[in-house]
Design a protein around this ligand. Structure first.
Ligand SMILES: *Cc1c(COP(=O)(O)O)cnc(C)c1O
Length: 379
């Protein structure tokens, strides 16, 4: 009826993804995605979901029963933590040292709760002393929230220390582990993290669109004892719990992204087969190789050594070099994607990701060769 339809199948180019996510997805994970779709309440699928829970407990290093994969991206994991735990009477301390900390603040403010901000420097880790100062000034604070691995700046914060300070003031901890999970050490139980969320497409190297989350017993109790319903129906974890929890009967909540969960299962299995510690050290070794090469090219890191994320390397764009031209050249000539600067670093920095399957020797070599070529051309 007047619609002109002359399309054909979309065949994406074969890129190498070395930006802030999504990261390269292996052929093994992609083939898991292509397996036959089954019903989301099919007993075989339910069995696979139980395995996903166990594999996630391993990845997060937690025995939390409530450890699941939300059917939505990392941003929904963030929102799920705030919307389920925080009520308008609460005071939440949020540490901001980049874009994602700022999003946490927005979540708190939209819920009508009081937000106390620990304002940090972009490109630096969260300062534990600054957090402690705010905690002494605000004894009414009930939550402390921060980003473990700030993907917008490339800074790694000391989650263990920040949580131990928060716990000394009886606060519940909410931690963004979207980029840290699988790439650097993360120990949810040992570090006393009460609510944590991640994403499938960063160091897990799975397809985008799934957010692993885990809640401690204390956090679950808080959700169960709420006096008012969670303001979001879809993210209400008391309903999601009934869908993901075992004991035979599962209540329909929504249709799980069946094939994406096959892919997540495969990527978590790959992580478990490699071993968490091995995965962390692989990320670090590739980061060191990249850092050495960048130094020879005359490129400087923005984040000081000791606070750098191995999986996300933020380098300053040299004076006179055209940011967009270089990134466009890498994409068109090398099929290589690196990330642009975000927020305060827009136009000032490149973000080179070494996440999951992308943290490989051949990727580091490709990136260094391509950058060298581009800098000669546009530098
Ligand atoms: C990518 C990212 C998010 C958001 O995840 P989406 O899957 O893009 O919604 C949140 N926090 C951090 C630290 C991230 O890197």
């Amino acid at each position: 009826m007047g619609f002109i339809m002359s399309f054909s199948s979309f065949i994406p180019p074969q890129r190498t993804l070395m930006g802030p996510g999504p990261s390269d997805v292996s052929a093994r994970v992609l083939s898991a995605l292509a397996r036959p779709t089954v019903g989301h309440l099919d007993p075989t699928f339910v069995g696979m979901m139980d395995e996903v829970k166990s594999l996630l407990q391993y990845a997060f290093q937690t025995h939390n029963k409530f450890t699941i994969a939300l059917s939505a991206p990392g941003s929904a994991g963030m929102e799920a933590c705030f919307v389920n735990l925080v009520t308008p009477e609460d005071t939440v301390i949020v540490c901001r040292n980049g874009v994602f900390g700022a999003r946490m603040i927005e979540n708190v403010q939209r819920l009508g709760a009081k937000c106390v901000i620990v304002d940090g420097t972009w490109g630096r880790a969260v300062n534990p002393q600054q957090l402690e100062d705010k905690l002494t000034q605000h004894p009414e604070a009930k939550f402390v929230a921060f980003v473990h691995a700030e993907t917008s700046t490339g800074a790694l914060s000391d989650a263990k220390t920040l949580c131990s300070i928060a716990k000394a003031y009886d606060c519940i901890t909410i931690v963004d582990a979207v980029t840290s999970l699988g790439g650097v050490e993360l120990a949810v139980d040992d570090w006393q993290i009460d609510a944590v969320y991640s994403g499938s497409q960063k160091c897990l190297s799975c397809v985008p669109g799934i957010s692993p989350v885990s809640f401690s017993e204390q956090a679950v109790e808080l959700i169960q004892n709420r006096k008012t319903p969670v303001p979001s129906w879809f993210l209400d974890q008391s309903l999601v719990m009934a869908y993901w929890s075992g004991e035979g009967k599962r209540a329909y909540h929504h249709t799980a992204p069946v094939n994406s969960l096959y892919a997540l299962h495969e990527s978590l299995l790959m992580l478990q087969q490699e071993g968490l510690e091995n995965s962390w050290s692989r990320h670090f070794q590739q980061h060191q190789a990249l850092a050495q090469g960048l130094k020879t090219l005359g490129l400087d890191f923005i984040v000081p050594e000791g606070e750098r994320l191995p999986q996300l390397n933020t380098v300053a764009i040299p004076q006179g070099v055209d940011d967009a031209k270089v990134r466009g050249y890498l994409l068109n000539e090398y099929n290589l994607e690196i990330g642009a600067g975000l927020g305060q670093f827009a136009g000032e920095a490149w973000r080179i990701g070494l996440m999951g399957y992308a943290a490989r020797t051949e990727n580091v070599a490709l990136c260094l060769a391509a950058l060298k070529d581009a800098l000669v051309k546009f530098g």
